[in-house]
Write a protein that binds this ligand. Structure first.
Ligand SMILES: Cc1cc2nc3c(=O)[nH]c(=O)nc-3n(C[C@H](O)[C@H](O)[C@H](O)COP(=O)(O)O)c2cc1C
Length: 175
C-alpha cells in the first residue's frame, strides 16, 4: 500500500512535517511529499488539463501523479488565523480540475501549538476536500493539540499518546 503524506507547513522545524515524517518512520509505505513550496502559484491559465493529457507546469503534473499513484493521501495542516496555510490551499487549488483526488481515500490531520489543535483549519480542510474528493476517511482523522509539548526540537514525537494515535491512524488506513 502506498501512502502519500503532505505537510501544509513549509517551516523548517514544522510540527506538521514532523508528524508526517513520524508516520514514515512508523511505516515505510509512507512517502512524504516535500515540494509544496515549489508548486507554482495557482493560475487557471496554466492549468492545462484534460483526461487525456496534462500540460500544466511540471511540478504540478508530478504532484498529481504522486497522488494518483498513492492508495491513500494524508494531509497534515497548521492553522493560521483560523485557516489552513496559503501554500496548502495553493496546492489543493491545483487539484480541483484534475481527477487524481476524486476517489482517493484522504486523511486529515491538524496540529497546532494551541489547545484547540487547529480544529478550525481541520474543519475547513475537510469541507474543502469534500468539494473535490468523495472519500475522506473521517474516522482516521486526528487533531493534535499543544503539539509543541508533544514533539521535541529534533522532530521526535515524545508524547506516548500521540505516538499511539499515529499508530492507530496507520492501522485504520490499512483496514
Ligand atoms: C501568523 C500565525 C498565525 C497563527 N494562527 C493560529 C490560529 O489561528 N490557530 C492556532 O491554533 N494556531 C495558530 N498559530 C500557531 C500555529 O498553529 C503554530 O505555529 C504551528 O506550530 C504551525 O504549524 P507548523 O509547526 O507545522 O509550522 C499561528 C501561528 C502563526 C505564525
Amino acid at each position: 500500500m502506498k501512502i502519500l503524506a503532505l505537510s501544509g507547513s513549509i517551516r523548517a522545524n514544522s510540527y506538521n512535517t514532523a508528524l508526517v515524517k513520524t508516520l514514515q518512520k512508523l511505516n515505510s509505505d509512507v512517502e512524504v511529499y516535500e515540494e509544496l513550496a515549489e508548486l507554482p502559484i495557482f493560475n487557471p491559465d496554466l492549468d492545462i488539463y484534460t483526461l487525456e493529457e496534462d500540460n500544466s507546469p511540471k511540478k504540478v503534473v508530478e504532484f498529481r501523479a504522486k497522488i494518483r499513484e498513492a492508495d491513500v493521501f494524508v494531509i497534515s495542516t497548521p492553522e493560521y488565523a483560523h485557516q489552513i496555510s496559503g501554500v496548502l490551499k495553493n496546492a489543493l487549488d491545483w487539484l480541483v480540475s484534475s481527477d487524481c483526488i476524486v476517489a482517493k481515500p484522504t486523511v486529515v490531520i491538524s496540529a497546532s501549538t494551541s489547545a484547540m489543535g487547529g480544529d478550525k483549519a481541520h474543519a475547513q480542510l475537510v469541507a474543502l476536500l469534500k468539494v473535490i474528493s468523495q472519500n475522506i476517511l473521517e474516522d482516521a482523522s486526528l487533531i493534535v493539540t499543544c503539539v509543541n509539548k508533544k514533539i521535541d526540537s529534533n522532530g521526535t514525537v515524545v508524547d506516548k499518546d500521540l505516538r499511539k494515535e499515529l499508530e492507530t491512524l496507520l492501522e485504520k488506513i490499512k483496514r
